[in-house]
Design a protein around this ligand. Sequence first.
Ligand SMILES: *Cc1c(COP(=O)(O)O)cnc(C)c1O
Ligand SMILES: [Zn+2]
Length: 422
Amino acid sequence: MPFARSLRCRECGREYPLEPLHVCEFCFGPLEVSYDYEAMHRTVTRASIERGPNTAWRYADLLPVDPEHAVDIHAGFTPLVRARNLGEHLGLKHLYIKNDCANPTWSFKDRVVTVAATKAREFGFDTLACASTGNLANSVAAHAASAGLDAYVFIPSDLERGKIVGSSVYGATLVAVDGNYDDVNRLCSELADKYQERTPGGRRWAFVNINMRPYYAEGSKTLGYEVAEQLGWRAPEHIVAPMASGSLYVKIWKGLQELSRLWLIDSVQTKMSGAQARGCSPIVTAYEAGTTNIRPVRPNTIAKSLAIGNPADGYYALKVMEESGGFGVASDDAEIVEGIKLLAESEGIFAETAGGVVIAGLKKLALQGKIAPDELTVAYITGAGLKTQEAIEGALAEPLHIEPTMASFEASIGDPVRQSVG
Ligand SMILES: *Cc1c(COP(=O)(O)O)cnc(C)c1O
Ligand SMILES: [Zn+2]
């Protein structure tokens, strides 16, 4: 907090005070938090971070919020798993999985919401809201419950059951909108403009990913910091991350760059590869066409958490891809299901559809030689599979169904003793 200086327009560079603003008044460019890195460098060390809590809040000095009043349900500091089996299968010798399923609401969204909810309370908002593809709704509902704030979460009406239950259980008001995420987002942008000041009921609403977006987005940097710290303070050589709006992907890169700027790691040589579902791949399609001009699409994929047809940060994601030498990769729904099963069967990690997108993309990049066997590679698994069971149910073996007798069991599997002897 002491090091955040202003909001800065990503397009024209104009500066604004640290208030609930998100677009530049002059050019309509997005605003981003800027910091005093000189002062930060004098205070922040590896040791000062390592002394912090085992949550995303250990990086509080690099975030634009006051940790004293954190809305904290223990987001972050999730396992970085050495993936030997999957690595062997794909011919990658140094493969790791960043398992962000292990967050309080089972997705990486807890990292962005803990920051946005803290900032919203700091600004005196009394209601937390969002436009969500599912996981954000869960996280906003949970953080609002913990902070004693009201919650209104807006979702496309065709969302998975697990994501609906996973919001309403916390007492949030769930608004299912007939339309896709881009329709939900358009509606919420209008609501945010109006309800930021005051609703008809006299409340003030913070839409975490709209009027709080500059603060919210900074939470994703912790996914860059954490992986570098867990690798013994070094950046991976190759990263594969999922892209919806592109924000997470861009902020992992920003996080790594900041660590290097603070002399906490060497210069960053990481290739940043971004994965999307073929049924909603506006960023990867632009990458493949060699343009930074993103054409919005109408999503049609089982990867609903990534189904943003008009990605707000798509342009910046393409810039990072180009600058870092990474690749864009897209997979169809069958490959996504295979990706979910491959990760579960090789590493014991049950990811949601976004994880299937990442593993399917990782597999393609490895087979095409775009990730070299020796590269230290990290694949980001950002959400848990129990929320999206309908995506894979049809692709799994049914249980063996038996009577409660030895005979019935042995008839169903054959005689295991004789099998192993034979
Ligand atoms: C929201 C989300 C993402 C990425 O979102 P961005 O809009 O690109 O920041 C990735 N994985 C899961 C599971 C998500 O819910
Ligand atoms: Zn501007």
